[in-house]
Design a protein around this ligand. Sequence first.
Ligand SMILES: Nc1nc2c(c(=O)[nH]1)N[C@H]1C(S)=C(S)[C@@H](COP(=O)(O)OP(=O)(O)OC[C@H]3O[C@@H](n4cnc5c(=O)[nH]c(N)nc54)[C@H](O)[C@@H]3O)O[C@H]1N2
Ligand SMILES: Nc1nc2c(c(=O)[nH]1)N[C@H]1C(S)=C(S)[C@@H](COP(=O)(O)OP(=O)(O)OC[C@H]3O[C@@H](n4cnc5c(=O)[nH]c(N)nc54)[C@H](O)[C@@H]3O)O[C@H]1N2
Ligand code: SF4
Ligand SMILES: [Mo]
Length: 885
Amino acid sequence: MAAEVKTTCPYCGVGCGVIATVDEAGAVSVKGDPEHPSNFGRLCSKGSALAETIDLDGRLLYPEIAGARSGWDEALDLVAQRFSETIAEHGPDSVAFYVSGQLLTEDYYLANKLMKGFIGSANIDTNSRLCMSSSVAGHRRAFGADTVPGTYEDIELADLVVLTGSNLAWCHPVIYQRLAAAKAARPNMRIVVIDPRRTMTCDIADLHLAIRPDGDVALFMGLLAHLATSSAIDQNYIASHTEGFAGAFAAAAALDINDLLERTGLPVMQIREFFRLFETTSKVVTCYSQGVNQSSSGTDKVNAILNCHLATGRIGRPGMGPFSLTGQPNAMGGREVGGLANMLAAHMAIENPEDRDRVQRFWGSPVIASKPGLKAVDMFRAVADGRIKALWIMATNPVVSMPDANSVESAIAACPFVVVSDILRETDTARHAHVLLPSLGWGEKDGTVTNSERRISRQRPFLGISGDAKADWWQLAEVGRRMGFAAAFDFDAPAEIFAEHAALSAFENNGSRDFDIGARADMTGAAYDELSPFQWPQAAGSSPGVTRFFADGGFYHADGKARFVAVEPPATDRTNADFPFTLNTGRIRDQWHTMTRTGKSARLSAHIAEPFAEIHPRDAIDAGISSAGLVEIDSPHGQAIVRALVTDRQARGGIFAPMHWNDQFAAKGRIDALVAPITDPFSGQPASKNVAVAVRPFRATHYGFAVSAVKPAMPDAAYWALAKAVGGWRLELAFSEAVDDWVAWCRAVFAIPDEIEPLGYADRQTGDLRLAFFDGETLLAALFLAREPVAVARNWAISQLSVAHGDLRKRFALVAGRPGAGRPDPGATVCSCFSVGVNQIAAAVRGGCHSVEAVGKETSAGTNCGSCRSEIGRIIDRCLAAAAE
Ligand SMILES: Nc1nc2c(c(=O)[nH]1)N[C@H]1C(S)=C(S)[C@@H](COP(=O)(O)OP(=O)(O)OC[C@H]3O[C@@H](n4cnc5c(=O)[nH]c(N)nc54)[C@H](O)[C@@H]3O)O[C@H]1N2
Ligand SMILES: Nc1nc2c(c(=O)[nH]1)N[C@H]1C(S)=C(S)[C@@H](COP(=O)(O)OP(=O)(O)OC[C@H]3O[C@@H](n4cnc5c(=O)[nH]c(N)nc54)[C@H](O)[C@@H]3O)O[C@H]1N2
Ligand code: SF4
Ligand SMILES: [Mo]
């Protein structure tokens, strides 16, 4: 019998329940868990493809010291010894941990305990600094604690959902699907999207406000001033449960209308419509994500939003409230354990001596960090200037994801001692490690995660352990023991750590802290194994089912009241003639961050196979940039070369590029190399969405496209982008100078044995060149070169890796670069579940399918996870519009 295991998706903060099945032959399949309250059986494209991303290819399977395989004892002894020596010589602040919202709560708890309670420094920060620290800071300013008041159900119950700085359709696809279903059931529901780009999320919007970058503070100040003079204001709530309304209102009222229009760049009618909707709809939820958090005014953006909800008392009641969407699967768990440098454990404050004393007594620890530690950007500055001499990086890839990434890379490369715990052997960060520690991956590891709505779910193992990999918590506990703290790190299983974490949440709490899961403090190992998803708070003896905060006040400032924050609009934009464009960075539907996992799936990689930059058609014309050409993007910090995607979804003056590509997948796609290390003054979160850059065409002498059965060696080319494809790999190329011997070039890059002769075709006039290498009936590699971007049908060329080429004519068809008759090119993949391309969908529309449902019936596209349904809708609109012209 195939075994079914209930676990949780390791990607986004929606926290979908997954049922993983391993059949007798060891093959894994996944499906959504119909009983999980986050997704009720749904999964998005990334979740559906999980089984394709868990192979051993590229895995780090054994500890390594200086690039050579070692045993665990040797590696752990070395880590403990180097950290202890460094601390003895230079003090506790000379070491640091840089960890991740992708750790399980149990891992995270131990990392924080070791650094803050036993090493005695708060130099532990996390990639959550780059993710939601502005929300944490905003919540703490307003509520006195980092509390997310609402639940997913509120998004469905609302009559107005405002999505600001969130591309929900691509980044929280299952919440998007729940929202789309709610709107379909109650068509009167209104959705407003506030985003400088017209994203896929806009497809369900009644109103899209294409706001200027960082116009948010002004917009929500304007909204507060408007609400304050309307009947939407809740005087009772303000009087009973808040402080500071007058100041916040005065600041908001001081913003004049011209300033509001200038800063938001929005037509006055749109602003009025938004204000009217907000004023007249009492059930309103405002969801926000990185367009709000990742900004030099991120914390003020958060408070500007919270002000509007507090002023109307629309918080903590069904269908009402501000909602910070967390990005990573355990961003919330990290907040619970206090994984940020400026937090303590269990939502206690590092600045508060009573909290410090309480945590120290609970841990029985020799010391307790007495001041906040260095936040990510400052932490890597301290690594660069030698203040930090030993660094442990766990479950994050800062050489790709940190701003000013080239400087971060140099800092790590120069650091005297760097430990990296990862599941992959080769990442842009791992290559600088002195000690590499192999961690358990999803399907192997065991613990808990907390999603955006404070729901704690189990990740359970269903695979055997790969090589000598070990859990992250185990690595931390072993190093803790070896540093002399045996009793405090005496854990044999994650259940024991969870029980301690739960006990600390309840320790001397008595309702004074929001995070309390005391009801789970004495859970046995068996109960932990059986644990069903539950939402906090769950204090011991409390009635379950209290899932919202603040409907009747009860804030966590000493007086129990919330604070309005009198925000000011940020200092206006820099204008630098050398860097006139605003680079906005973010995500695409089918890749996860630095691609170490999603990059393994051919299906997911087919959606968008190259790094790109979206640019407005007028800007493209002015700059001489053509669609499908390449562009060079420069900032004072670095350079990137990516494909141009000319589209009016992008506003003028800005470009958008994804954050995912890195040195493993592209020559120059690591976009954070360009991002300035500018941070929000309260949260320390980098402003990753508003970067001053210059854009110009990148002119190549030759462009190329190749397919290969084996993974190509990193080519020597000005531009290349590699992606997994069915049957092998695909490679986009561009050269700034001709290569003397293309055959030799192919042999080196595609590992073609000398005895295999190429089949070739060259057109002297056009400069086109095609080379293919066959081993018997099998295509090993094919290269298509041209002086202009190559027009070969990509998916057809890829399919040639999987067909038998017994027939000589077929081989010639390949070098001719043309699909045979009756084999149309499906085009770029839209539906990754069923590998349906844009051309196939367009053909279905031409054949009479005029709705997403009809296209689904005809082609299956969009009928599994549904993540591509909005794109299908767009294609239908485009085809019908074209037909009408
Ligand atoms: N497919 C996929 N999903 C993911 C992830 C992934 O890597 N891939 N990562 C997960 C993680 S960790 C996170 S944090 C979330 C992030 O989820 P999101 O925050 O939804 O994603 P982003 O694409 O980073 O940015 C959201 C939007 O902010 C807009 N924006 C930029 N500047 C401004 C501004 O000044 N004001 C406003 N209002 N909007 C602005 C951008 O145009 C962008 O569309 O996604 C999670 N989900
Ligand atoms: N320009 C720009 N930069 C950004 C952003 C942006 O929008 N724009 N977004 C920021 C945000 S919100 C985030 S969250 C970050 C994300 O950035 P990162 O955290 O750097 O990205 P990941 O690729 O998720 O890195 C996770 C690493 O952990 C490894 N790993 C996977 N599972 C495990 C495990 O179980 N244990 C261990 N030890 N390792 C594991 C993976 O192989 C990978 O190397 O990027 C930030 N950077
Ligand atoms: S929405 Fe997709 S990526 Fe996010 S948890 Fe659910 S299945 Fe995973
Ligand atoms: Mo994130």
